[in-house]
Structures are given as structure tokens and as C-alpha cells.
Design a protein. Structure first.
Length: 744
């Protein structure tokens, strides 16, 4: 029933929460396209990458940089091919590099040697000059720079770079492509979602035929919407064949097993199920576009850079290049090979390929397998369901802590998968869902739910503690200011000797004293679910059982009275330090039927209580000073809290009442009384029985013993005085032991 009530009360709020969950599920499934979620996913991807990248330098791969220094010393790009050939010879013969890849293109014939001009002279002006012809024939091999370059490539692990075009209008085919990584017939074209190229710009035929391999170096078709390079095509398709990227071609030259295969999930032959490439014994995770995420090691400079000019001059320390895989690229701004990446806005394109090579060698390329979608859906359902159901039930503080805890758990589990499993699980969708549900719940609570609470706070906030207003807000329709009769408990508290105290203090001190006295007393009453009726100067009137029904109103009122006395005792040293006199109070409690509601006149109304039971409570507070006690309760209150021990003070008939009432001093929980307290209490009740039985001598003797035992207790003196009086003037024969007070 309780759960049914909760669901009924928060049905709209929970329902709208699940609508938010549904929207995020549809976005994850691709039915809806929430662009900001994808942008946020890219941002969280970049953060995870930046936080976890090793940020170290990998010496296995070295970049020969065509930098500004090289351009100044060797000349503007492109350099004569014989210079490139000389650099290849130096790298392989002098520095003993393992392999060499070019992130530059050699698509045009090198005319810088002047051979074509000399041959033109031979055919024209110097046609009949045998000496010139002989000299030219002798020089021709050294002036064929492209052939010199081609000769330097032979029998060496060199990969020439080229690029594919992807615009339907750009279908030109320049140069010669290398052999395909996966030729037509070795795979089904419909089972591969690789980027389709429309044309290409490749190297001169003489160069590509001499080189053992080639690889494309452009990744532009897969650039993300924000212009950032996060992944690289490992294979692209042209004319029904699959060609490999520069980094993959380099690896196939270096690794002992260059066999390349396509791996599908659960043997399903479709592009979506393509999960990885198998390069010999190494697995390379790819997505449906046969692209891999770049495992950036850090900012630019994660691999050793050496100037191409220094290589040509032999100035590079041998240990830097020995056995290294070398990539020739450029960082010179004028050559436009800079990219925007997650780790740096301007990043050398050649280093993208270096990162890919290192990632394959280390086996740390992140992947997004097909089952990640299912994982995302389950996470959205679980997180969304918990928050949609739980947030309406909790206070803003608890709701905030719960939301923060779930968000932290989601981030922690996501980072664990990233760092230790190399899995990229979507993070943005869950964080957006968590944030949306939290903001919605808090907004709904403030603008809708709290409207009823604010109404109640306006009606009752000045009387009841905030925690009771929160409780009332759960069912605001159950509370009103209209008058009603209820079984309740009232408390009256008054400062003893207040007139004397006030005469000894100036107005400012008196005001401060009252504030520092009434504030903690009010806290105690509120803590015990009490409602402040009014302050009457130094006096407090409070009640229990309204506006919130309280079956234990008598117990809570009695606990408040006991705590008020204890709190006041703890304040005495503070009052003394300020030069204020000690404060003593009397507290009276009564339980019974009372009328509660908004009462007053058309000029002023107050939520208060009235009735005979209220008046009796006030009389009991006044009687505390007669009996020398701090707290006095009626028989009606004591009967409601039977586990307390009480000292029966008297049976009295107060002014204005015919029916006598037994009055008690509460001593605390019965099981906490000491043995001496129990003995004294038993002896006292025996003396009281003798007194009411008119056994004056025996009663007097017993009270005298009690007075000797506790001379400070005014109660024993009071009964000794009565006994002395009754010995001289005995009461009537029908006297029932009741004492009648003729004054208030």
C-alpha cells in the first residue's frame, strides 16, 4: 500500500522522467539525432584520451622532418629526386634503419636536373655536335633523377605515400597505385563498409614499381564534424579492391607475417559486424568504415624528430636511427600538413601514422565493438530507471548525493573499460540523461511540488519546525487552519523570578538574555515534533498533536520538557560568564481533548489551542513552584507514558475545577533509576499513603526521615507543614486526601 501511495503521488513526475529516458534511448538507437550529445561525446572522448595518454616518447619510430631548417639548407620543396635518393641511401646504409615510409607524394616527373633541356639542345641547335652527344650520353644516367630515386628504393623496405580522392567530381587517376592489400575476389564488397575512393594521386610508375609497397596517407573522409582527426582509415576501396594506409603498409613490411584478413563478429558477414583486421598474429580493431581510432601517445613530439637536412649531412646520432621505423614528413607550416587532433589543435599529419604504427605494435588501440550499443542501452535503462523512481522521493541534498554517486560510478566504470579493456563505451548519453533527470526533478520539485509546501509553510511555518512542514507537504490537502477537536498534549514553561531578573538588567541585556534562552528551548521543542503556540514574554506555550497528527504526542512533549531542563542547565555557565543571573523554569504538561485552529478576530488570527485541558496545563506550570519541582505533569499525561518513573506529588483541585487531579513529577525512564532513587521513591510513596490515611504520626516520622535524607527537597517540607497543621486541625472525616488551591 505504501508503494502504491508513493507511485500515485509521484506518477506525473516519474512518468515525465521515463519520457526523458525514452528520448535518450531513441538517440542511442539512432532513431533520434541529438547533435549536442554527439558533440559532448567527442568532448568526453578527448578528455579521456588526454587524461590517460602516456605522454612519453617512443624511440621505435623516428620522423625525418622536412622542416624550415631543411628548406633553408636544401632548398624549397620539392627537392631534386637525387637528394631524396641520397637521403634513402644514408638512412639504410649509414644509419641502418628498419623501414622507411614517405608521407609525401612524388606524382610529377623531376625536371630539375636539366636533362630534358639538354636533350632538346641535342635534337636542335647541337644536333650535329658529336662531342656534345657523347658528353650527354655519359651524363644522362646521373641526370635521370627519377631513375636514381627508383634505384634507391629497390630491395629496401620503403613505402611510398599517395592519396585517394573521394569527391564524385574528382575521379582523375594520376600515377600508379601499389598492389592492393586485399585484391578483388578475396572479400565480398558488400560485406565491407570501407570508404569508397573515386580517384587518386599516386607516385610515378617508375617509382612505385621499384618500391616494395605503398600506402595512402589521407584520412579526410573520416574527419569528425568538429574538424578533429580522431580516426584513420586502415583500408579504402577503389575499383573493387582494398588498399592499406601508410601505417598498415609499413607494418606489413616489418612484421614477419604480412597476411591480412577481415574479422567479423559471430561470423556475420556484413559491414556492421566487421570488428577488426587480423595482421598475422596482431589484431587491429576497426569500425564499420574499416577505420581505427588513433592511439595518441601525447602532444606533437611523442616520437623523435630529426631534421632531413641533418640526415643528409650525417649529423644525426647513430643510436637515434639504428633499427628504427622512419617516416618522412613535414612540420613546415608552408607545406600544409598540419591537422586538428584531440591532443593539439595544430598537429603534424605524419605523426598520426606514427601513432598508428605504435598502437598496433603495442596492441592498445581502443575499440567500439557492436555490443557497446547494447551496453549503452542497458546503462541508460538502469541509470534512468533508478533516478526516475528515486529522485522524487528524496530531499534535494539526498537527491544530489545520489545523482553525484551514480554519475561518479558511470564515469569510473567507463574509465575502467577505457583504460584496462581498451573499450570505448559511450559516456555522454548517460551523463546527459543523469543531468537531465536531476535538473528536471529539482525543477519539478521546486515549481510544482514545493508550491504545496510553500503554501503550508505560509500557513504553519511560523508554528511548526521545517521537518514537519516537509512531512505535511507529502499530503498538503490533509491540513487546514479550520478548528477541530483533538487529543493533544500542551506544555507551558515560565521563568521563575523573572521580574527580579528583569530589574537587574538593562533592556539590551534583557533582550539578549531572552533570545539566548528562548532559541535553544525552541530548538528542543521543534526537535521533538512540537508546535510553538506563542511566546508570552519569558513564557513558552507549545503543543503536540497538531497540525500533524502524533499518536505519541504525550511522550514527545515529556521528552521535550526533560530536554529543556537539561539544556537550560548546560547554559548556566554561559549566562554566568556574561554576568547574568541563573535561570530556573517551571514546566507544566497536560494531555486531553483540546480545540485547535485559527482563532482570533478579524484583525488578527493565530493558530492556537483552547479548552479545559489547556487551562489545566497552565495551572500545573504555576504549581511547580509550590512543590519545588521543575516539571509537573497530570495523571492524564503520565498514563500515556507508562515506562517513565514518576513521583506522585499530590491530588489537587485547582481553582475553577471541581474534579481533583493527581499531579506527578517525572523522574525519567524507569529502567534508568538508581537503587537509591528507587528506595527514596518507595519510601516517599509509603509516606504519602500514610498521609492520605490520616496516620499523622507515622506519616510525620517517615517524611522527617525523607527530609533528613534530602533536606533540599521542598516537597518533604511542604508535607511536614501540612501534617503539623492537621495534627492541630484535622480535616473532615470524609476527607479524600485532595488539596484544594484557592488561587491560580
Amino acid at each position: 500500500m505504501k508503494n502504491t501511495g508513493f507511485l500515485k503521488r509521484y506518477a506525473v513526475r516519474i512518468g515525465l522522467g521515463f519520457v526523458i529516458v525514452l528520448v535518450m534511448l531513441l538517440n542511442a538507437a539512432g532513431v533520434l539525432q541529438l547533435g549536442f550529445v554527439q558533440r559532448l561525446e567527442n568532448y568526453t572522448y578527448d578528455l579521456r584520451l588526454q587524461w590517460t595518454m602516456p605522454d612519453t616518447v617512443d624511440p621505435r619510430i623516428v620522423i625525418v622532418d622536412i622542416d624550415e631548417k631543411s628548406l633553408q639548407q636544401v632548398g624549397h620543396w620539392p627537392w631534386p629526386r637525387n637528394e631524396i635518393a641520397r637521403m634513402i641511401d644514408v638512412l639504410f646504409d649509414q644509419y641502418k634503419v628498419e623501414a622507411l615510409g614517405f608521407d609525401v607524394l612524388f606524382a610529377e616527373t623531376d625536371e630539375t636536373s636539366g636533362l630534358s633541356k639538354l636533350e632538346q639542345l641535342e635534337r636542335a641547335e647541337l644536333k650535329n655536335n658529336p662531342a656534345f652527344k657523347q658528353a650527354l650520353d655519359r651524363l644522362r644516367p646521373s641526370l635521370r633523377y627519377d631513375q636514381i630515386f627508383a634505384d634507391s628504393l629497390k630491395n629496401r623496405k620503403v613505402v611510398l605515400g599517395y592519396y585517394f580522392r573521394h569527391d564524385a567530381k574528382a575521379d582523375s587517376q594520376v600515377g600508379t597505385l601499389p598492389a592492393a592489400a586485399l585484391p578483388a575476389g578475396s572479400f565480398h564488397p558488400d560485406h565491407v563498409g570501407a570508404v569508397q575512393a573515386t580517384g587518386y594521386s599516386a607516385n610515378l610508375s617508375v617509382l612505385q614499381q621499384a618500391a616494395p609497397s605503398g600506402g595512402f596517407f589521407n584520412a579526410s573522409p573520416l574527419i569528425d564534424s568538429d574538424g578533429v582527426f580522431r580516426r584513420i582509415s586502415m583500408l579504402q576501396m577503389f575499383d573493387g579492391q582494398l588498399y592499406d594506409t601508410l601505417s598498415l603498409a609499413m607494418l606489413r613490411l616489418v612484421l614477419p607475417d604480412p597476411t591480412l584478413e577481415l574479422n567479423y563478429a559471430d561470423n556475420e558477414q556484413n559491414a556492421v559486424a566487421l570488428e577488426s583486421l587480423q595482421l598475422g598474429q596482431r589484431r587491429i580493431p576497426v569500425d564499420a568504415n574499416v577505420a581505427s581510432l588513433v592511439p595518441y601517445r601525447g602532444r606533437q613530439g611523442s616520437f623523435p624528430y630529426v631534421s632531413a637536412a641533418d640526415v643528409l649531412q650525417g649529423k644525426v646520432p647513430p643510436e637515434v636511427l639504428l633499427g628504427a621505423m622512419v617516416l618522412v614528413g613535414t612540420t613546415a607550416p608552408g607545406l600544409l600538413d598540419l591537422r586538428a587532433t584531440p591532443v593539439q589543435e595544430s598537429y603534424a599529419g605524419v605523426e598520426l601514422h606514427a601513432n598508428m604504427i605504435a598502437g598496433v605494435l603495442d596492441g592498445n588501440i581502443k575499440e567500439r565493438p557492436a555490443f557497446v550499443l547494447g551496453l549503452e542501452m542497458v546503462e541508460l535503462l538502469l541509470v534512468g530507471g533508478i533516478l526516475a523512481l528515486a529522485l522524487p522521493a528524496f530531499s534535494p541534498l539526498i537527491a544530489t548525493l545520489l545523482t553525484a554517486g551514480i554519475a561518479l560510478a558511470v564515469v569510473a566504470s567507463n574509465v575502467y573499460l577505457w583504460q584496462f579493456q581498451n573499450l570505448i563505451a559511450p559516456l555522454a548519453s548517460s551523463l546527459v540523461l543523469i543531468s537531465a533527470l536531476f535538473v528536471f526533478s529539482m525543477s519539478y520539485g521546486f515549481f510544482v511540488d514545493s508550491r504545496g509546501k510553500r503554501m503550508l509553510a505560509g500557513l504553519f511555518g511560523q508554528y511548526v519546525p521545517p521537518e514537519l512542514v516537509d512531512e505535511m507537504a507529502k499530503d498538503p490537502g490533509a491540513y487546514s487552519l479550520e478548528g477541530s477537536n483533538r487529543d493533544m498534549t500542551v506544555l507551558f514553561s515560565d521563568v521563575r523570578g523573572f521580574t527580579t531578573i528583569s530589574e537587574g538588567l538593562d533592556p539590551k541585556q534583557l533582550t539578549q538574555l531572552m533570545n539566548e534562552f528562548l532559541t535553544p528551548m525552541t530548538h528542543v521543542i521543534h526537535h521533538n515534533r512540537g508546535t510553538i503556540d506563542k511566546y508570552m514574554g519569558d513564557a513558552i506555550m507549545a503543543f503536540w498533536g497538531a497540525p500533524v497528527a502524533d499518536p505519541d504526542h504525550a511522550r514527545h512533549a515529556l521528552q521535550a520538557a526533560m530536554e529543556m531542563i537539561a539544556k537550560l542547565e548546560s547554559l548556566q555557565d554561559h549566562f554566568k560568564s556574561k554576568g547574568w543571573p541563573p535561570i530556573k523554569v517551571g514546566v507544566g504538561l497536560n494531555t486531553g481533548d483540546m480545540t485547535v485552529g485559527n482563532m482570533g478576530s478579524e484583525f488578527r488570527l493565530a493558530y492556537t489551542i483552547m479548552g479545559d485541558a489547556v487551562n489545566l496545563g497552565s495551572r500545573l506550570e504555576s504549581l511547580t513552584k509550590n512543590y519545588g519541582v521543575q516539571i509537573m505533569v497530570s495523571e492524564f499525561t503520565s498514563a500515556r507514558v507508562p515506562d517513565y518513573a514518576y513521583r506522585e506529588l499530590d491530588c489537587v483541585r485547582v481553582k475553577g475545577k471541581d474534579r481533583p487531579v493527581k499531579i506527578y513529577e517525572p523522574l525519567g525512564p524507569a529502567d534508568q533509576l538508581s537503587a537509591s532513587q528507587r528506595d527514596e521513591l518507595a519510601q516517599y510513596h509509603n509516606a504519602l499513603t500514610l498521609y492520605r490515611g490520616q496516620h499523622w504520626a507515622q506519616a510525620k516520622e517517615t517524611f522527617a526521615q525523607l527530609h533528613t535524607l534530602a533536606p533540599q527537597r521542598l516537597l518533604y517540607t511542604l508535607y511536614l507543614d501540612r501534617l503539623a497543621h492537621f495534627e492541630l486541625e484535622p480535616p473532615p472525616a470524609d476527607w479524600d486526601g485532595t488539596y484544594t488551591f484557592l488561587t491560580k
